[in-house]
Design a protein around this ligand. Sequence first.
Ligand SMILES: Nc1ncnc2c1ncn2[C@@H]1O[C@H](COP(=O)(O)OP(=O)(O)OP(=O)(O)O)[C@@H](O)[C@H]1O
Ligand SMILES: [Mg+2]
Length: 262
Amino acid sequence: MSFIELNNIVKVFKDPQRGTDMLAIDHIDLSVEKKELVCLLGPSGCGKSTLLNMIAGFEKPTSGEVKVDGKLITGPGADRGMVFQQPNLMPWLPVWDNVAFALKLKGLSKKDRQAAAQPFIEAVKLNGFENHLPGELSGGMAQRVGIARALLQNPAVVLMDEPFAALDAQTKLDMQEELVTIWQRYSSTIVFVTHSVDEALILGTQVVVMTHRPGKIRETISIDLDRPRDITSAGFNDIKRHVLDLIRQESVLAKQEASLRL
Ligand SMILES: Nc1ncnc2c1ncn2[C@@H]1O[C@H](COP(=O)(O)OP(=O)(O)OP(=O)(O)O)[C@@H](O)[C@H]1O
Ligand SMILES: [Mg+2]
């Protein structure tokens, strides 16, 4: 049995206003082993967030089942940390209190929350900013708080939905490098959603290329290039060419199907 298992997942969204059903995920099987960093890559609307939200427990599959560490997922849980595209911080709480927010809900004292937050603040290189408010942080720093918060919740399973999409190019590269360090340090299992081919190939131990909607798995590619990954290397570009080719084929298929519907 794998650490994270998605078995025969189908997701249909009902649209009561239009009286129509929309098939978003069409029979997906996915297995993620412990300590993998799996990137879900696919075009907008192919169901990446839906799939991740089902692992997080925010969405329920219409049919099929999601298991993490052998347990059926029926809702959100403290065993899975989530990092969103926007960090969603509490603007009135300082950095340390945002990082330790889960412990505030559990009623831990300020001293215990601060002590618990500190190693994760250091892991994301925010030492010295513990008492800053979110409004005083840059986009990259705010995203680091979101990562520290997810790690504190549980560094063993981290689910990330395009967490670096809104960052500038250099900050994005820095954050990708830091994420790899964090992943190695905590031996985390990470499922990372992106629509950037470079990002998926820089980060992933595996890249799962999805089809256009309704989402299916087009191909799963194991990436065993040395780290840090050299995006100019021949090996990197061979895989990139293959992935871009798959994406191009998917885009052609999507256009053909759209024209048949007209
Ligand atoms: N709560 C919802 N209600 C109705 N339809 C939804 C809901 N969430 C997602 N969908 C639909 O399901 C499909 C997949 O959406 P999803 O957000 O998973 O795509 P995505 O791959 O994450 O796209 P993007 O790259 O743009 O974030 C889309 O067509 C979307 O409109
Ligand atoms: Mg999405």
